[in-house]
Design a protein. Structure first.
Length: 235
C-alpha cells in the first residue's frame, strides 16, 4: 500500500514538474495521433459523404466492409502494415518501419473506417431529410456533398473526436510498426505497458492520468458540440 501511495505521489511530481521524459512521450503521442486523425478525416469525410449520396453496384458491400473495419483488431492492422513496411515488403525501400510515420499510418488505418462510417450515416440521414429541397435546387448526388458536409459540421467534428479517442488509446498496431524505441517511437500507451511490466509505476501512472484527462476532455467536447448543434438547429 505504501509503495502504491509513493507511486502516486511520484506521478504527481512528474506531472507538476513537466518531467522531460514524460513531456517527450506525451508530445510524440499527440503529434502521431493528431496527424492520424487529420489523415483519417481528409479521407473519411469525402468518402463517407460519397457513400451516403451515391448509388452504384457494390455500394452495399463497401458499406459493410467499412462498418466491419470499425472493429478491425489493431494487432491485425499492425501485422499487415509490418509486412508492407518491412525490408522484404513492397514499401520496405522507404525505410518507414520503426518510425513515427509508420505509427501515423497505423493509426490512420484504424481511424479512417470510424470517420467514414459515422460520416456516411450522418450525411445519409441529412440527405434524406433535405432530398426534396436539394432536388428543387438541382443539387443531386455528388453536387449536394459540399452543402451536406457543411450542414453536418458539428456531427462530423464528433466523428473526428471519436477517431481521436480510438487513436489515442491504441497499443497493438503502433507497438508492432513503431517498436517502442526510447526517444524515437515511444508513446503513452506503449510506455504504460512497458513501465508497468518493469515495475516503474510512477511514470505509468503519470501517463495514465494524462490519458484519462484527454478522454474526459474529448467527452466534454463531444457533449458541448452536441449541445451547440441543438441550439443552432433552433436558431
Amino acid at each position: 500500500m505504501q509503495e502504491l501511495q509513493s507511486a502516486f505521489w511520484e506521478a504527481g511530481r512528474l506531472l507538476l514538474t513537466f518531467d522531460s521524459d514524460l513531456t517527450e512521450i506525451v508530445s510524440l503521442s499527440l503529434r502521431v495521433t493528431l496527424s492520424a486523425v487529420v489523415i483519417g478525416c481528409l479521407i473519411g469525410f469525402p468518402f463517407g459523404a460519397f457513400l451516403a449520396v451515391a448509388r452504384f453496384p457494390g455500394r452495399t458491400a463497401i458499406v459493410v466492409v467499412v462498418n466491419a473495419f470499425m472493429g478491425l483488431p489493431p494487432v491485425v492492422a499492425g501485422l499487415f502494415l509490418y509486412l508492407l513496411l518491412s525490408r522484404s515488403g513492397p514499401l520496405g525501400p522507404l525505410g518507414l518501419l520503426y518510425t513515427p510515420t509508420a505509427m501515423i499510418i497505423a493509426q490512420a488505418v484504424l481511424v479512417t473506417p470510424i470517420v467514414t462510417a459515422m460520416t456516411r450515416q450522418v450525411i445519409e440521414d441529412l440527405y434524406q431529410e433535405y432530398d426534396e429541397q436539394f432536388r428543387s435546387m438541382g443539387l443531386t448526388g455528388a453536387r449536394a456533398v459540399p452543402s451536406l458536409l457543411w450542414d453536418a459540421r458539428y456531427s462530423l467534428i464528433t466523428a473526428a473526436l471519436a477517431g481521436f479517442g480510438r487513436a489515442a488509446a491504441e497499443v497493438g498496431a503502433v507497438l508492432i510498426v513503431g517498436g517502442n524505441i526510447n526517444h524515437v517511437t515511444r508513446v503513452m500507451t506503449t510506455t504504460i505497458a512497458l513501465e508497468t511490466s518493469r515495475g516503474n509505476l510512477a511514470l505509468a501512472l503519470g501517463l495514465g492520468l494524462v490519458l484519462i484527462t484527454l478522454s474526459l476532455l474529448i467527452n466534454a467536447a463531444v457533449m458541448s458540440l452536441r449541445g451547440s448543434a441543438k441550439r443552432m438547429a433552433y436558431v
